[in-house]
Design a protein around this ligand. Structure first.
Ligand code: BGC
Ligand code: CA
Length: 298
């Protein structure tokens, strides 16, 4: 098993949702429970942290200054320089026990994000699609913990993790309309592997899967359901993965302190830090959110 390197030592409660912004050579991630956004500039090795007022589960870039975020109060734009939110819509205003968790844009710039209960016990989570015209579609329901999302290179398949079921699902995906159908459980992980969490797909259509409770990232071929490699992380609660660096040959990995006992935190003091590992097959940049009316300022 390969080992990841420590990239940035910190004590994130629930480090999540890493995004690499190539134009500014910056890695961003959220700490959902501390309501913080972190910006790590790889040019000068400096971190900037913004304290927000909400639990940001996931975000995508819109333009260099603007993020689209999903939090417990729905979707908003976030102006990075002004540190201010502009509300879009909340599809779950009737479900105050839920919050948004993982999310990502598809190749047409539609933002997908799913929900879970703050203290997950029932399948009350849903998966939503926010189109460029700000219309929201509920794409799936009865999810326990909505987590990682990815699409294959020819955009015929979408992968979606329900951590509450230890399972990664595969859908048929129609790029033009954004419709998903024919959900099938692709793979259910052994409990000893941990729980699948955030995912990222490389240019060979293979998935890196963060394993919460597994102290590792699994490299998985969804065409054969074969586990091809494992990367060990010195932190049990591995939350998410994203590609970045030069040529997108670095995998960045976020972790959490949340859910660990004081004994475990003592044993794994790097919990909450960000890790990185060089990968043999290049990853791909994430898609930004694409507002339909380009002349409407966000
Ligand atoms: C969620 C955590 C959850 C974990 C394990 C993460 O994506 O944010 O709250 O405990 O997945 O499945
Ligand atoms: Ca996650």
């Amino acid at each position: 098993m390969r080992e990841a390197n420590l990239f940035y030592q910190m004590e994130a409660e629930l480090g999540e949702g890493p995004v690499f912004h190539a134009e500014t050579n910056t890695l961003l991630w959220t700490d959902i429970l501390k309501k913080q956004l972190h910006f790590y500039s790889l040019d000068d090795n400096e971190v900037k942290t913004i304290q927000t007022d909400r639990h940001i589960g996931a975000f995508s870039f819109v333009d260099e200054q603007t993020l689209l975020v999903a939090a417990e109060n729905g979707f908003s734009f976030f102006d990075i320089r002004q540190e201010s939110f502009r509300f879009i819509a909340d599809p779950e205003s009737e479900l105050p026990g839920n919050r948004f968790n993982d999310g990502k844009c598809d190749a047409k710039g539609r933002f997908w994000a799913g929900t879970m209960e703050f203290a997950p016990s029932s399948p009350n989570g849903n998966l939503y699609r926010l189109d460029g015209n700000q219309q929201i579609t509920k794409a799936a329901s009865t999810i326990i913990i909505s987590n990682g999302l990815a699409w294959n290179q020819d955009n015929t398949k979408m992968y979606h993790v329900d951590s509450g079921r230890n399972t990664i699902y595969e859908y048929k995906f129609e790029l033009e309309s954004g419709a998903i159908q024919d959900r099938k459980p692709l793979y259910t992980f052994e409990e000893s592997d941990g729980t699948p969490d955030g995912i990222a797909i490389d240019s060979n259509d293979c998935l890196y899967i963060a394993m919460w409770g597994g102290s590792k990232v699994i490299y998985f071929n969804p065409a054969t359901c074969e586990i091809m490699d494992e990367i060990s992380i010195p932190a049990p609660h591995v939350t998410s993965v994203t590609f970045g660096g030069r040529d997108f040959r670095t995998l960045f990995i976020t972790t959490a302190r949340d859910g660990l006992s004081s004994e475990e935190l003592h044993q794994f003091p790097l919990s909450g830090s960000v890790f990185s590992v060089d990968i043999p097959v290049a990853g791909l940049p994430l898609y930004p959110y694409l507002p339909e009316e380009r002349n409407v300022s966000v």
